[in-house]
Design a binder for this molecule. Sequence first.
Ligand code: HMG
Length: 365
Amino acid sequence: MNETNAPQPTGIAALGLAVPPLAMDVTELAALRGVDPDKYTVGLGCRTMALCPDGFGVVDLAETAARRALESWSGRVEDIGLIAVGTESALDMSRPLSAFVADRLGVRGAVRSYEVKHACYGGTLALRQAVEWRASGAARGRAALVIAADVALYAPEDPGEATQGAGAVAMIVHTPDVASVALDAHAYSEPAFDFWRPVGESFPRVDGKFSLECYQRAAASCFGSWAGERDAREAFEALRAACFHAPFPKMVKKAVDRIGESFEWSAEDTARLYAEKVVPALEWNTAIGNSYTGSLWFAVARALAGAEVGDRLVAFSYGSGFGAELFELTAGPAAARAEWAAPLEAELSARERIDRDRYVALRAG
Ligand code: HMG
């Protein structure tokens, strides 16, 4: 590794993704709960929930994603100087999730290791800190391992139940082989109780309708700041993709509608930009459900797969509480190979599909 403390070209050098081995279609959940399946599939835009079997959890997801990222990277574990895990599925009030993962990976020594919490925004914050750590020169040429990992479960019969999911995205932050990450970013936050989980409680409390409003307000503010004095429609049009945190696909559609209204786009333009720039990146999200911190990064990984050098995309991160941030990524030479895509797609197709009886038993466990 280059031990200089001069700022280094920085970005995502490698990606690794992981999902758990079980899945259930939301139509099966609708039958269990006596709900019209169209409410979940059309009303929320959901398709499948990724679920963990007993004894399988957030550390397993984070470890698998990290191993995949490390395997497709040219560096060594010894070259990592920072490991940060963004999660809201912490196992301990003190010991960071990064310690559980570092233990399994053999990451130790002169390494800064910590957990980041800000609901679904935590993984993005970990990435931003890693990028800024490299850009400042403090990394002295070393790499960061950033992981966004969560198991998203609501209380049985909660209105959020159809949006459940689980997954992990690991990113090696070093040279920008997969994508460079812009230092310039557009943050927006307001203290709010839209979705929260008090200490000691197993499931989140949600003010559902309020959470939709908070998300849309944050999206309109961040995109307004990003567009600045430019023609926002032309700027959006020039992107390969606009990637969003996706608690459920219809949330993203509502946010794009709000963004379109704020820029006074015609309904036709908004619908077209949503279909062309946003929907393709949601492919893996609809197969996984909400993976909280991982959600945005599954969309970014999908959008980067097959991109040409110089293709630009934006990433919009949202975390309840609430905080949001929007910034650009530019594809590098390794995006076209997309080494992260095949293992994820194999894992998605190999998942065991469970029915409502197995789901009830799983939740009881
Ligand atoms: P609900 O209130 O039971 O649902 O739960 P609803 O009655 O609002 O219906 C949902 C949609 O389905 C509506 O569409 C209905 O019209 C439609 P809309 O009017 O909104 O376009 N619908 C139907 N469509 C077709 N056929 C039917 C039918 N019936 C109804 N028969 C809610 C919805 C989102 C509140 C619930 O799922 C929830 O609480 N989810 C969790 C919270 C959430 O995801 N919020 C999103 C923003 S906050 C966020 O993103 C952060 C988060 O990821 C956490 C973090 O940061 O850590 C959640």
